[in-house]
Design a protein around this ligand. Structure first.
Ligand SMILES: *[C@@H]1O[C@H](CO)[C@@H](O)[C@H](O)[C@H]1NC(C)=O
Ligand SMILES: *[C@@H]1O[C@H](CO)[C@@H](O)[C@H](O)[C@H]1NC(C)=O
Ligand SMILES: *[C@@H]1O[C@H](CO)[C@@H](O)[C@H](O)[C@H]1NC(C)=O
Ligand SMILES: *[C@@H]1O[C@H](CO)[C@@H](O)[C@H](O)[C@H]1NC(C)=O
Ligand SMILES: *[C@@H]1O[C@H](CO)[C@@H](O)[C@H](O)[C@H]1NC(C)=O
Ligand SMILES: *[C@@H]1O[C@H](CO)[C@@H](O)[C@H](O)[C@H]1NC(C)=O
Ligand SMILES: *[C@@H]1O[C@H](CO)[C@@H](O)[C@H](O)[C@H]1NC(C)=O
Ligand SMILES: *[C@@H]1O[C@H](CO)[C@@H](O)[C@H](O)[C@H]1NC(C)=O
Ligand SMILES: *[C@@H]1O[C@H](CO)[C@@H](O)[C@H](O)[C@H]1NC(C)=O
Length: 498
């Protein structure tokens, strides 16, 4: 019975597939050295970023964005929500000043009304839907409603029981807001805005969610999460949260509202209590996220349906209060230098500072050290590699290990041979990677030479050590008492304890 009902819901769920997914970037401005609007726009152009979201409707930035073609989501800040939600005239005024004044030169395509209002500013929740409606009617009055969508970003924590996704529902306390909100989104052809943070889900799961599952890294098939109701396989937290939102909407009888992820990302630095906020993890998450989104992979529930996503965020915001990680979600520093270089092979043109054509030859991890030494000797001898940076006192002497020195020499040879095929083998002890092995002052041939963006690793192989224990469940009984997407992981892996 339940299965039949589910099947029916799946079958009637129709989310339009006519658009390609895009990657956008959020622009927070809490920097002590905030770049000027012209500098911001220059960075966006250099990086081929075509979609952005602002947390306000800053006039100078909107002016600088004119005639760039960049598509902009502007926001009504939470502080202005009460006024707008209580007065049609205030809303119309806001739209006149912050939107009508800028279009069509600046391509404003959406208005985000508030930010995580239900969880961050619950006392404004009663006027949230009015605020959306007032803003929308001002757009209708100016004939802008077909090109500018109105919605409001939600924290994924309003979705309860989010694993298995097929059992997810919106916190019923918010029905008086969510039900009319979803009807509004449906009737205006808008979309559900959702913030999806696998980093927090992972952090708060106390080790129950494997890091690989949060980072979109391959899991052994027996560790994939399977939704027992739908038999859909989940290979990453992001998809599971998005599908939970689709299911939560369908339980509210709304099946044709698409989802746009308004925020997702991973911090590149944290304090001692945040050991997984690292450059490498941030790079892995965002690189995999971008590839996943731009591939139009969709989710298990809606394969091939665009889930456009805005990365959180463009700049590291050093003035953000609280934890170290809070200040380190950015892709760039205030000078516009990338914090790390994304691995975007095959992901198209967004974010030009990628490593698409940057490949390196490194010692294969676990290789026999005698074979490495022999290959190193060959490269620096008959191979004619300039191995002088490996001499004591020179830039690549440290670390003084055969693996590190062989990596340097293999790569120099590979680059010198124009990366032609067969030149990164060395009898099987070498392998190609897209991770720049440069470190400190030791610059590897072929490196774009960005500072502070490099990791030590000599292997890109997906980590196979998993933090989870044992095999994954097909069991998702009970439910009901679990609360949010964090708990998802607990359910996910609870079978181990059962
Ligand atoms: C603005 O973006 C929309 C949506 O992609 C596009 O159709 C339109 O041509 C753009 N307008 C301008 C002026 O760039
Ligand atoms: C709000 O104002 C718009 C014009 O901006 C008007 O079309 C609409 O009817 C008004 N709505 C209400 C509820 O007063
Ligand atoms: C969805 O539709 C069902 C069947 O018509 C109804 O019982 C239920 O109350 C509806 N739910 C909502 C949230 O409207
Ligand atoms: C891209 O999409 C195809 C299906 O359309 C899928 O088979 C493939 O795994 C996807 N690749 C990535 C990197 O998500
Ligand atoms: C990388 O980005 C910087 C701006 O941050 C830009 O000046 C530079 O040209 C970019 N490099 C590549 C290879 O795109
Ligand atoms: C990568 O290399 C190919 C061929 O050399 C070139 O056509 C392409 O533009 C390069 N891509 C980037 C992003 O540099
Ligand atoms: C980059 O690294 C070099 C050598 O370590 C250093 O001299 C230079 O100041 C660094 N540049 C930046 C922008 O950090
Ligand atoms: C790089 O290596 C140094 C010294 O070996 C170590 O302290 C540091 O944690 C490593 N960094 C990463 C990102 O692995
Ligand atoms: C549902 O929302 C209410 C109102 O914000 C909140 O008090 C309650 O804790 C939430 N329930 C769960 C299970 O998170």
């Amino acid at each position: 019975m339940a299965t039949l009902l589910l099947f029916f819901l799946l079958a009637v769920s129709v989310v339009s597939a006519d658009e390609d997914a895009f990657i956008g970037v959020n622009i927070g401005t809490d920097l002590s050295d905030m770049p000027s609007p012209t500098q911001v726009v220059a960075l966006l152009k250099a990086q081929s970023i075509r979609h952005i979201r602002l947390y306000d409707a800053d006039r100078a930035l909107l002016l600088a964005l004119a005639n760039t073609g960049i598509q902009v989501t502007v926001s009504v800040p939470n502080e202005q929500l009460l006024g707008i939600g209580q007065s049609n005239a205030t809303a119309a005024n806001w739209v006149a000043r912050n939107v009508i004044a800028h279009v069509p030169a600046t391509n404003i395509t959406a208005i985000a009304v508030g930010s995580e209002v239900l969880t961050a500013l619950p006392n404004a929740a009663p006027v949230l839907v009015s605020a959306l409606k007032f803003i929308h009617s001002a757009l209708v009055a100016s004939n802008l409603d077909s090109q500018i969508k109105v919605s409001t970003p939600h924290s994924s924590s309003i979705i309860l029981d989010s694993f298995p996704p097929s059992q997810a529902f919106f916190n019923r306390s918010w029905d008086p807001v969510m039900v009319p909100l979803l009807k509004f989104l449906q009737s205006t052809g808008s979309y559900l805005m959702l913030n999806v943070y696998p980093y927090y889900d992972y952090m708060q799961s106390n080790g129950v969610i494997p890091l690989d599952y949060a980072l979109f890294r391959p899991l052994p098939p027996n560790k994939e999460a399977v939704d027992a109701n739908t038999l859909l396989h989940y290979t990453n937290v992001f998809d599971a949260v998005v599908d939970a939102a689709y299911f939560a909407m369908s339980y509210a009888n709304v099946t044709n509202v698409p989802i746009v992820v308004t925020e997702s990302g991973w911090p590149s630095k944290g304090d001692t209590s945040e050991p997984d906020a690292t450059l490498e993890n941030a790079n892995t998450y965002n690189s995999n996220l971008i590839r996943h989104v731009l591939n139009n992979t969709g989710t298990p529930k809606h394969p091939g349906i665009a889930v456009s996503t805005y990365i959180y965020e463009l700049y590291n915001e050093d003035l953000r209060p609280s934890s170290v990680s809070e200040k380190n979600w950015g892709l760039f520093d205030a000078n516009g230098l990338p914090v790390y270089i994304l691995h975007l092979t095959g992901a198209g043109t967004v974010l030009a500072n990628d490593t698409t054509n940057q490949t390196f030859c490194v010692a294969k991890s676990g290789s026999d050290s005698k074979m490495l030494q022999a290959a190193l000797d060959w490269a620096c001898g008959p191979g004619k590699v300039d191995c002088s940076p490996l001499l004591q006192g020179q830039s690549c002497y440290d670390p003084n290990t055969v693996v590190a020195h062989a990596t340097y020499a293999f790569n120099a040879y590979f680059q010198h041979m124009a990366k032609s095929s067969g030149t990164c083998d060395f009898k099987g002890v070498a392998t190609i990677t897209t991770t720049d092995p440069s470190h400190g002052s030791c610059r590897f041939p072929g490196s774009a030479g960005k500072n502070g963006t490099l990791i030590n690793g000599t292997s890109l192989a997906p980590s196979s050590n998993s933090t989870s224990s044992g095999c994954l469940s097909l069991y998702f009984g009970g439910g009901g008492s679990f609360t949010n997407s964090v708990i998802m992981g607990v359910l996910l892996f609870s079978v181990v304890l059962l």
